[in-house]
Design a protein around this ligand. Structure first.
Ligand SMILES: Cc1cc2nc3c(=O)[nH]c(=O)nc-3n(C[C@H](O)[C@H](O)[C@H](O)COP(=O)(O)OP(=O)(O)OC[C@H]3O[C@@H](n4cnc5c(N)ncnc54)[C@H](O)[C@@H]3O)c2cc1C
Length: 386
């Protein structure tokens, strides 16, 4: 039995979930964050995150997604906070779209309900989209989006209820650890830890000494823009699922996505639009937080094309951080030379919906040294072993 605490560094999506799982198991936990989560300085803000299980990124993620969806439901019933909204997710793309093909493949392999929509069916069911002739659809009705601020808050509440303690607005300056435990250094204070979990998002490079240089993680700044609906009926969550467009590169190398405002949403009204694509590396401690008006204009012009006459002016915009791994897959493991430390990083812009299962995985790794969850494909060895 562990007597000195497990310290969790970073209380965003993944760290808050790790705290909840550790505390539920009766382990003494201290969670530390440089800000006061849920906050808007990292990667877990903006009101919504698309949550699908027919996963084009790789079918091996699907069992983890199934468990994560159950985790969101459990969290909702434990806290009463809305976390997962099943408004459906609609993928759209040309007949050669790799996004649609790979999603269908994942759905087939794991028996996930999806509906393929031929171009005519797509145009009839979703007349708000103005897409090129031949565009097909793939609807996953049981998918939707998660609410990132609520997810963080709910995990922290569960952790607190089970005895976890938090140190907020407190920056960790260094971690020193070996296989048997470590020390977490704050400004002017240190905490001895039996085990340490590092979930520092875009700041992971600063806190994973000895391994960060082998992971090549890169922080990137992304924009999200909320548009006022011009035609509110076509933008309501009853008529518009969360969606992703694979336009074959017509609007740049990436995917536009959108999430309708959910009834009762705190914050901005309208449809939230983002673009999932390559970006320029930034320093998470020194970058422009103010949205770039040129990017907002680009979004507006592209939405005139894809949702013609449906959206009005942008009402708000924000920036948010991705942490890219070299292969755009997550990296979750024990630190090879300090096995009292588990970490999860490199979520590459698609990690949020997994948070409950990542918390469970981190708790397994740091307490047991291994996990029965099928996540070996995310281990660090793919970068550190030749
Ligand atoms: C615009 C955008 C759109 C996205 N869309 C989707 C989507 O549709 N679906 C999806 O599944 N995912 C999506 N993602 C990705 C998802 O949001 C991230 O993968 C996830 O939020 C990462 O969580 P995290 O816990 O790793 O990082 P964070 O939530 O940023 O948490 C890291 C925490 O560590 C703390 N910290 C850092 N350094 C220190 C330190 N030295 N001391 C103490 N605390 C520290 C930070 O303050 C922060 O709270 C999107 C991300 C962005 C930015």
């Amino acid at each position: 039995m562990i007597s000195s605490p497990v310290v969790v560094v970073g209380l965003g999506a993944m760290g808050s979930a790790a705290c909840a799982h550790l505390a539920r198991r009766g382990v003494p936990v201290i969670g530390i964050d440089r800000f006061s989560p849920p906050h808007d300085q990292g990667s877990s803000h903006g009101g919504s995150r698309v949550a699908r299980r027919a996963y084009f990124e790789h079918p091996d993620y699907v069992p983890l997604l199934e468990r994560a969806f159950r985790g969101w439901e459990r969290l909702e019933s434990e806290t009463g906070l809305a976390c997962l909204k099943r408004v459906g997710v609609l993928l759209m793309g040309g007949p050669d779209s790799e996004v649609l093909r790979a999603s269908q493949e994942s759905a087939k392999r794991h028996s996930i309900e999806v509906m393929a929509l031929a171009p005519r069916q797509l145009a009839t069911a979703y007349p708000q989209f103005g897409l090129p002739d031949g565009t097909c659809g793939l609807l996953e009705p049981d998918a939707g989006f998660v609410i990132p601020e609520n997810g963080v808050e709910a995990h922290l509440r569960v952790a607190r209820r089970h005895g976890a303690e938090f140190r907020l607005d407190t920056r960790v300056v260094a971690i020193e650890a070996d296989d048997d435990g470590g020390v977490v250094r704050l400004e002017g204070e240190s905490i001895d830890a039996s085990r340490i979990v590092v979930t520092a998002g875009a700041w992971s490079n600063q806190l994973l000494p000895g391994i960060a240089e082998r992971l090549h993680l890169a922080a990137q700044r992304k924009h999200i823009v909320w548009f006022r609906p011009r035609d509110a009926t076509l933008c309501s969550d009853a008529r518009m699922p969360a969606w992703v467009i694979d336009d074959g590169g017509a609007c740049g190398d990436g995917l536009y996505y959108g999430v309708p405002t959910w009834s009762g949403q705190i914050g901005h009204d309208g449809v939230k639009i983002g673009f999932h694509g390559p970006g320029t590396p930034i320093d998470p401690d020194d970058h422009a937080r103010t949205p770039d008006p040129l990017v907002v204009d680009r979004f507006r012009n592209d939405m005139e094309r894809y949702l013609p006459g449906v959206l009005g002016d942008p009402v708000a915009a924000a920036t948010c951080l991705y942490t890219m791994s070299p292969d755009q897959h997550f990296v979750i493991d024990l630190v090879p030379d300090a096995r009292s430390v588990a970490f999860a990083a490199g979520f590459s812009g698609h990690g949020y919906k997994f948070a409950p299962v990542i918390g469970e995985l981190l708790a397994d790794l740091v307490l047991e040294g291994s996990s029965e969850l099928p996540a070996d494909f995310l281990r660090v060895g793919r970068f550190t072993e030749s």
